[in-house]
Ligand binder design. Structure first.
Ligand code: PLP
Length: 478
C-alpha cells in the first residue's frame, strides 16, 4: 500500500505507511491518503465476525490494519495491537462494547481508555507504532503539541514510558477543566513535560508553529507531532467502526448508520474510509454543536471557516473548532480525487477568502446519495435535554459531546436501520454540565478517584518562543 497527497505531490516512489507515520503534512501541504481503499467483501466481513468473537478486539485490529501497513510481520503487528488494546489499558475487556438504547439507537462506547475520551483508541496504537518504528530506525522523537483538553492527555498517557519518546505539551494556563488539568499534571515522568502558557489555546498553537518552523531547531531536537491529521490515527479509528458494526449486526450484508460528534473531522473521516472500503454503512450523521462550520457545508455546499474570535466556547468544548483539519481528505474524495481542484480550494480560496463554495456542483449534489452524509447541529439546551432524556429513559449517562450526536441522530433515524451513536467521552470529564442536566454529578470510576489531589507537575511559561526553545533544550539534556 502506497500513499499520496491530497494536493498531488508527484512523490516518486510514493511513501509507504512507515514513511508517513512520523510525518504530519505532506511536503506539498496536503494530507496523505492511500492510493486506493482496500475493498471488503462479505466473506472477509464474515471472517472478521468470527475473529472478533473468538479472539477479541486486538485480533480484529490486526486484521484491519494489515490491509494498510506493509513491512511488518503478522506476529509483530498482532503484538502491538495486543499491547495497545489490552485489559490493563482499557477498563472493559471488550474495548468497544455496544449497548442498545430506546428508539432505534445504539451506543458504541469508545471512552474506556486511560483518559476517558475516544482519542485513546487511536493514541494508544500510535504509541506502540512510534516506539516500534523508532527502535527499528534507532532514532528518537520529541513530540511538541498544544492542547485545549482531550488530545494532550491522550497523547501523554499513550507516549509515556515509550523508549526514545519525549513529550512537551502546551496548555493555556487556567483554561482547562480541573479534571482535565489534573489528568495531565498528575503524571510524574521526566519524559513528559507539561507547560502552562500565559495565553489562550491559539497562543499555544502559534508557539508550536513558530518552534517547528525553525527547521534547524526542529531537526536538532527531532521534533514531531501527534495531531489529528496523522493517518495512523485515522486508520486505528476505522477498526472501531467495523467492531461496532459487527456487534450490532447478525448478517454480513446488514446495513447500519453512524452518528458522530464532530470537531476536526477525524472521527467521522474514519467512518467515511470504512464506508469507502465497503462496510455496509447506510448514513453517516455528522453532528456539530453551535460551531456549525461543517453542518453548514453539508447543508449548503459552502465551507466558510471562522476566525478564532467567532468560535464560541460551548459546553461540548472539544468540538469548538473554526476549521476542520481533516476535511481536505473528504473533499479530495468528493471531488473524484482531483488534486488540482483540492489545491485550488485549500491552498488558494481558503487562505485568501476564508470560504469556498461547492453548491450547484454535481459532486456536492451526490454528497448524500454517493457518500451517505447528512448533518445537523445542536445547542446547549439540546445537550441538556438529550443527557437527561437518556438518563431517564435508558438509565445511561452520556457526556455533552455524545449528547450532540444523540440529538442529531434522532432527527435521522430510519426504523429499518440501526443507528449507532459514537460515545466520545465519559460524563465524569464534564461533570458540571451533567449536573446541570440531571441535578447530580456523575459517578467517578475508581481509577479517577483522588486525581485532583495528586501533586501537580507543570511548568509556567510566558507566551514567548525563545523561552520555549530554552526549555526544550534544557530538558533534552543540552
Ligand atoms: C476530539 C473530540 C471530538 C471531535 O472529534 P474529531 O475527530 O475532531 O471530529 C468529539 N468529542 C470529544 C470528547 C473529543 O475529545
Amino acid at each position: 500500500m502506497r500513499y499520496l497527497s491530497t494536493r498531488g505531490l508527484p512523490d516518486d516512489p510514493r511513501p509507504g505507511f512507515w514513511d508517513i507515520l512520523l510525518e504530519g503534512l505532506a511536503p506539498d501541504g496536503g494530507l496523505y491518503l492511500p492510493e486506493s481503499y482496500p475493498q471488503l467483501d462479505t466473506a472477509t466481513l464474515g471472517r472478521w465476525r468470527q475473529i472478533l468473537d473468538a479472539e477479541g478486539y486486538p485480533a480484529l485490529a490486526q486484521a484491519v490494519l494489515s490491509l494498510f501497513i506493509d513491512d511488518i510481520d503478522a506476529a509483530q503487528l498482532r503484538a502491538l495491537c495486543e499491547r495497545a488494546y489490552s485489559a490493563e489499558v482499557f477498563s472493559d475487556p471488550r474495548i468497544v462494547p455496544v449497548d442498545e438504547l430506546d428508539g432505534g439507537l445504539w451506543l458504541a462506547h469508545l471512552s474506556n481508555g486511560p483518559t476517558a475520551a475516544f482519542k485513546d483508541m487511536a493514541m494508544q496504537l500510535l504509541g506502540q507504532l512510534f516506539e516500534f518504528e523508532l527502535a527499528r530506525r534507532d532514532s528518537a522523537l520529541t513530540i511538541l503539541g498544544a492542547t485545549s483538553g482531550d488530545t494532550g492527555s491522550a497523547a501523554e498517557y499513550a507516549m509515556r514510558g515509550r523508549r526514545g519518546i519525549r513529550v512537551f505539551m502546551l496548555t493555556p494556563a487556567g483554561r482547562m477543566t480541573p479534571f482535565q488539568q489534573a489528568q495531565m499534571f498528575s503524571l510524574d515522568d521526566p519524559a513528559i513535560v507539561n507547560i502552562a502558557v500565559d495565553g489562550v489555546f491559539d497562543d499555544c498553537q502559534d508557539l508550536v508553529k513558530a518552534v517547528s518552523g525553525d527547521l534547524e531547531f526542529k531537526h536538532r531536537y527531532r521534533l514531531g507531532a501527534v495531531n489529528s491529521i496523522n493517518w495512523a490515527r485515522l486508520v486505528a479509528q476505522v477498526v472501531y467502526y467495523i467492531a461496532a458494526w459487527l456487534r450490532v449486526t447478525t448478517a454480513d450484508d446488514q446495513r447500519v448508520s453512524f452518528a458522530v460528534p464532530t470537531g476536526n473531522f477525524g472521527d467521522i473521516m474514519a467512518g467515511h474510509v470504512a464506508r469507502m472500503m465497503g462496510l455496509p454503512i447506510d448514513t453517516l450523521v455528522l453532528a456539530t454543536n453551535e460551531n456549525d462550520v461543517l453542518d453548514e457545508f453539508f447543508r449548503t455546499g459552502v465551507y466558510r471557516i471562522r476566525s478564532a474570535s467567532e468560535t464560541l466556547a460551548t459546553s461540548s468544548p472539544s468540538m469548538d473548532i473554526s476549521k476542520a483539519s481533516n476535511f481536505e481528505r473528504f473533499i479530495f474524495d468528493l471531488l473524484g480525487r482531483d488534486s488540482a481542484r483540492v489545491r485550488e480550494l485549500f491552498a488558494g480560496r481558503l487562505p485568501e477568502d476564508g470560504v469556498f463554495d461547492l453548491s450547484g456542483t454535481p459532486e456536492f449534489a451526490a454528497v448524500r446519495d454517493r457518500f451517505g452524509f447528512v448533518s445537523g447541529s445542536s445547542t446547549h439546551a439540546d445537550r441538556l435535554a438529550a443527557i437527561s432524556d437518556l438518563d431517564r429513559r435508558d438509565g445511561v449517562l452520556i457526556d455533552p459531546h455524545t449528547a450532540d450526536a444523540v440529538t442529531v441522530a434522532r432527527r435521522h433515524v430510519d426504523p429499518q436501520v440501526p443507528m449507532i451513536v459514537l460515545e466520545t467521552a465519559l460524563p465524569v470529564k464534564f461533570s458540571q454540565t451533567i449536573k446541570e442536566a440531571t441535578g447530580r454529578r456523575p459517578d467517578r470510576p475508581a481509577r479517577f478517584v483522588g486525581l485532583e489531589e495528586k501533586p501537580r507537575h507543570v511548568i509556567d511559561l510566558p507566551n514567548d518562543v525563545e523561552a520555549l526553545k530554552a526549555l526544550i533544550a534544557e530538558r533534552s539534556g543540552d
